[in-house]
Design a protein around this ligand. Sequence first.
Ligand SMILES: Nc1ncnc2c1ncn2[C@@H]1O[C@H](COP(=O)(O)OP(=O)(O)OP(=O)(O)O)[C@@H](O)[C@H]1O
Length: 598
Amino acid sequence: MDVRCSITNKKGLKKTILNDISGTAKPGRLLAIMGPSGGGKTSLLNALAGQVPSTKGMELQGNVTVNGAPHCQSDHKQGYVQQEDLFYSQLTVRETLNMAAALRLPKDMPADKKEAAVVDLIQRLGLTQSADTPVGDAKKRGLSGGEKKRLSIGCELLGSPMLLFLDEPTTGLDSFQAEKVMQTLKNLAMDGKTVVCSIHQPRSSIFSMFDDLLLLSEGSTIYSGPAKGAISHFESLGHPIPANYNPAEFIADLISIDSSSSTAEKESRERVEKLRAAFKNVAVSDESAPSSVSLPATPDSAAPEDETPCSWPQQANLLFKRSWRQISRDKATNVARAMSNVSSAIIFGGIFWRMGRSQTSIQDRMGLMQVGAINAAMSSLIKTLNVFPKERVLVQRERAKGSYATAPYFAAKLAAESPIGALFPLLFAAIVYPATGLHPKMSRFAKFCGILTLESFTATSLGLAVGSFAPSTDAALAIGPGIMVLFIVFGGYYVNAGNVPRALRWIPSVSLIKHAFEGLCDNEFPGLDFEPVSADGAGDILKGEQVLQRLGFSDSSVAKTARAQARVLAFNYWLTYCILKAKKPAFQRMEPAPGRTI
Ligand SMILES: Nc1ncnc2c1ncn2[C@@H]1O[C@H](COP(=O)(O)OP(=O)(O)OP(=O)(O)O)[C@@H](O)[C@H]1O
């Protein structure tokens, strides 16, 4: 290969990220890419894996070949284990691998063979003890960092790759876990795979596992060749390793820029520049390694020759099971949501306790309708914004591997999450309704529950739409409530429907709070008689219908508001689907450049 990558910023300044990097990865060998932070390790791995995120102003050039064929034309199978391990936290190791097997192994492969492949993989990855442990998350501890990394490797191995890339697989792990992960990689290499990983500063026992080494500093090659030749290479350039020194640490110090002072920076820059120039003139060869660039000729025993994704109904079925397990087993979240709804219901029940039919109860009723609508919407929105942006990244990764399509994923997710999502507004309604003394009719109570449940789904759909385009959970949590505040202002309680300026009338028409508030008022007030203050009732509101008239809701009905809410819900679902479908990760195209090959 001869990979070059640079980026030009808005001011026209060009930064070189990779500067003519050349090297070779061979079957049966573990190639480590080492270098200081910012040296270009991740960028190079992305380039080799064909997964450089598409960025404005970026230029990517190079010739990456696999077994002599250009990388993009080669039909080899490859896997890429990225730095961040992403999983459904409630699924166990076995379930995660079974799901990956079901989605990635050929659909005509018998189920027992897929299961056997998973059992074999669990054994090879040393995960037998934790096979039935859930992955876990911040709320509930599960796998250790090293086990998660090995699970990530396992998910990639189910695609039967001959070529495996890993970005800093030991980062964040203690030395014991790091060694176990690296031993797994070494074993894979010894099984005949071509393994390429970036690594920061390994201990010497890990360094001794490397077959080949590519050293990068500030985007340039400092050394490329057999790992055991690196020390003698630097020795020949006048940098002998001190006695009893970890070779990885020695190399890292040698090729890093020391920015602690201007003199140190100047000296280290000169040293690195000399090492870079010297490598250009020195050919390092390793007789034990094949000289040509190739992958193993024989495919993996479990390699699916006719790999095709399963059909949409099969995908939907598998993804439904996964989403259902995730949401139904997440007790911490479900209990927290239930507690939040029960406590809100108790607080509102206490504030609006048995409202009666006095004139002042009219305002209280309207207030309760409004806070009830806000409570149901906010709790669903925040929960979705907290979870969905992270899930989206995982789904995008899986989709990039071609595991499934957007439509079955989205349909399965909605179907799995709706029953549990409906429980919380129902819980709230069941406590608030009798406590506050709202319209005493069963049919009205049923409609009250229905309106809040539909609104809660609409708020979830808004969370999905925001979560599908927001770049992170933090951004989603900033955008979502901002939109909701606008919906609350135009929710029918603070600004009368008839007084909204013409140019802003579209806001109440898309406000899920307005549709819920209006529906709740339409459900509550008709048929209610209020007690007059004076004997003749002059100036008083005596009929519930008059309240609706004053709110500007006289032409409204529960059915009409439900239809309007359903339209907002459908629009949000459609928008989410379109964004998810369009947001398939875009990768930078590598332009051909004259040079060597990897
Ligand atoms: N899209 C981009 N836009 C601007 N600069 C970028 C971009 N991608 C990478 N870089 C820069 O290129 C350099 C190399 O980045 P890279 O992430 O490849 O380094 P690294 O060796 O993997 O670092 P680390 O060990 O800290 O992960 C860094 O200075 C980084 O800021």
